[in-house]
Design a protein around this ligand. Structure first.
Ligand code: HEC
Length: 162
């Protein structure tokens, strides 16, 4: 707690700025932060990035600025059901880990760490574990960078015709 009281000279300003948070970021700067901080190693935005993590192309339609901020500053706080990962143990003992795409009584489909779509019949599975922690590393960003990233992600909306 000592550390937090030391930092609190700056906190006063930060706290005062909270209600303005959603408006205060710079989306263009946020785009640059996303592109230079490895976010696209896991996330897809438009035509770029990886499919191993959740697709962020239309994330501005789905989440509030506050939710986006928490996802970035505290990734383990809440992992939405559609973003869960699973570790599947097959009958031969091998384990496959990936983001769940679909899961029903007969089968499990996931995207593995190499972006491959994998499908397993429940009959071939010895067990599986749902993973909800430690899926996304906490990025090392300043408060200002976080605000910029939130502004950028909030601007990502499904604008294409249906
Ligand atoms: C090593 C892979 C990895 C990296 C790097 C990564 N993420 Fe993630 N991210 C994930 C995974 C997996 C999830 C889903 C689980 C969770 O919410 O923690 C996620 C969730 C999110 C969500 C919530 C998505 C939703 O549906 O609400 C946002 C927003 C997000 N990441 C933004 C970022 C940003 C911005 C960066 C770069 C600063 C980043 N991520 C870097 C893997 C990653």
């Amino acid at each position: 707690m000592i550390a937090s009281s030391v930092r609190c000279a700056a906190c006063v300003l930060a706290v005062a700025a909270v209600p303005l948070f959603a408006q205060s970021g710079d989306a263009a700067k946020g785009k640059a932060v996303v592109e230079s901080n490895g976010c696209l190693r896991c996330h897809r935005i438009g035509e770029n990035g990886s499919r191993t993590g959740p697709n962020l192309s239309e994330i501005g339609d789905k989440r509030s600025a506050e939710q986006l901020k928490t996802s970035i500053t505290d990734p383990d706080a809440e992992v939405l059901p559609e973003n869960r990962f699973v570790a599947v143990t097959l009958k031969d003992g091998s384990v496959v880990r990936g983001r769940i795409l679909n899961h029903d009584a007969m089968s499990v489909q996931l995207i593995d760490g190499k972006q491959n779509l994998r499908s397993f019949l429940t009959a071939d599975i010895r067990g599986y574990t749902i993973l909800t922690k430690g899926l996304m590393p906490k990025p090392n960003l300043t408060d200002e960078q976080v605000a910029d990233v939130v502004a950028y992600l909030s601007s990502l909306k499904g604008t294409e015709a249906p």
